[in-house]
Design a protein around this ligand. Structure first.
Ligand code: 13P
Ligand code: SF4
Length: 301
């Protein structure tokens, strides 16, 4: 049954001249049909250079918007329009505008996990992989960082010469890890390294052996001498980690770290999206151009 639908998806992909971009948190069966699987930075860069007519984005809305920002002439579609990101929705353009007015000398650095409207009001974007590098490239002494206060704190703690105004957004999925739970796991797997996403709380970052974006986790696990890793990010990551490092063992830092939005894609919805060319993502042109500037500045670093 699954092979049948995969065959149909591949035929439709050819017919539509489509490529399928998939975030590391998607379900295994979606990762397996991808042209590319990656973190936000990988996928933004790939969508920028790819040759196709249609981009089917399996991830959340802000990621598909980023693909559209780079590819105004291509059709960008998603398997499910309801796949939003609660963190991205924790700040609106109006709120950011007000914040900018109260700190006129500050540069606005915005995590890629944000809406196009918020990116458009920002000086530069960053991802969880390049935040420190990005803020280092900014000349201003004051930084408004949006929307994730934990990624913002991670960067601020490595940059003593700048004043940060952190927006108070956060990712609900990355809130579920507890220090007690992790120390218990560490008792069970004493040789395991704890690998943590910077969207986690500072207490969790504090006991990490490594703090990485999702794709950096793959490189880290490959290079490390350790054989076991306790992974503190969305559970979809474990499938990708195991696929890339089959001899190593990956343990979920919490089985509850599930992003419900990331799990909205399935093979049937991928098939329907390609068949009906829905659900299309569009970004208003003036917003697109302003957001593109902030993303391109980041990519140039
Ligand atoms: P990265 O894949 O860029 O590390 O982002 C994690 C995330 O939460 C995406 O929603
Ligand atoms: Fe948003 Fe968190 Fe889900 Fe990522 S894991 S899409 S930041 S809610």
């Amino acid at each position: 049954m699954q092979t049948n639908i995969i065959k149909k998806i591949n035929l439709l992909k050819e017919k539509r001249r489509a490529i399928i971009l998939v975030h590391n948190y998607q379900l295994p069966e979606i990762q397996d049909i991808a042209d590319y699987v990656g973190d936000s930075l990988d996928l933004a860069k790939i969508s920028h250079t790819t040759d196709c007519k249609v981009i089917l984005f399996c991830g959340v809305r802000f990621m598909a918007e980023t693909a559209k920002i780079f590819n105004p002439d291509k059709m960008v579609i998603m398997p499910d329009l309801h796949a939003g990101c609660p963190m991205a929705d924790m700040i609106t353009a109006e709120q950011l505008q007000k914040k900018k007015e109260s700190h006129p000398d500050a540069a606005v650095v915005t995590y890629i996990n944000s809406t196009a409207d918020v990116k458009a009001l920002s000086d530069i974007c960053c991802t969880s992989a390049n935040g420190v590098k990005v803020v280092n490239s900014v000349k201003n002494d004051e930084i408004i960082f949006t929307p994730d206060k934990y990624l913002g704190s991670y960067i601020a703690n490595r940059m003593k010469n700048k004043k940060f105004y952190l927006w108070s957004g956060y990712c609900p999925t990355h809130m579920v890890f507890s220090k007690e739970g992790l120390l218990k796991l560490k008792d069970e797997y004493p040789d395991a390294e704890i690998v943590v996403h910077p969207e986690c709380r500072l207490e969790i970052q504090g006991i990490a052996d490594a703090i990485c974006s999702t794709s950096q986790m793959i490189t880290y696990a490959g290079k490390s001498k350790a054989e076991q890793f306790i992974i503190c990010t969305e559970v979809g990551m474990l499938y990708r980690l195991k696929k890339e490092n089959p001899t190593k063992e990956f343990i979920a830092g919490s089985p509850n770290a599930v992003c419900p939005n990331m799990k909205l894609s399935n093979l049937e919805k991928v098939f329907w999206a390609l068949e009906d060319l829905k659900f299309e993502i569009n970004v208003e042109e003036s917003v697109r151009q302003a957001a593109l500037k902030a993303i391109e500045k980041m990519i140039a670093i």
